[in-house]
Design a binder for this molecule. Structure first.
Ligand SMILES: [Zn+2]
Length: 99
């Protein structure tokens, strides 16, 4: 079985395949550059966690930890779906433990 050497070197054989794939996808998204919201050039790179900076115009802005633009819409959709699912299941049983 051929071993693929990507950005998951430090993981060794731990954690299985799926999280390692996710990890390497995150690292690749960290390394790639993004379009600047100010000047439009594809020169935005990650300065540090949550901080993104444009190499063209110097515009620095806050964003997601791994990508400059967080998918808030998708996250809210997901939580909405979870709320609906818990509604179907019914409210959590009360009076189990009292302080
Ligand atoms: Zn810019």
């Amino acid at each position: 079985m051929p071993k693929s050497r990507r950005t998951t070197g430090s993981f060794g054989a731990k954690f299985g395949l799926a999280p390692r794939r996710r990890y390497s996808a995150i690292i690749e998204s960290l390394k790639s550059s993004y379009e600047c919201p100010k000047c439009g050039f594809r020169k935005v790179r990650r300065e540090s966690v949550g901080v993104w900076s444009c190499g063209k115009c110097g515009h620095t802005f806050a964003g997601g930890a791994y990508q400059p633009f967080t998918e808030i819409g998708e996250a809210s959709k997901r939580s909405e779906r979870e709320a609906l699912a818990s509604k179907v299941k019914g409210p959590p049983s009360q009076g189990g433990s009292s302080l």
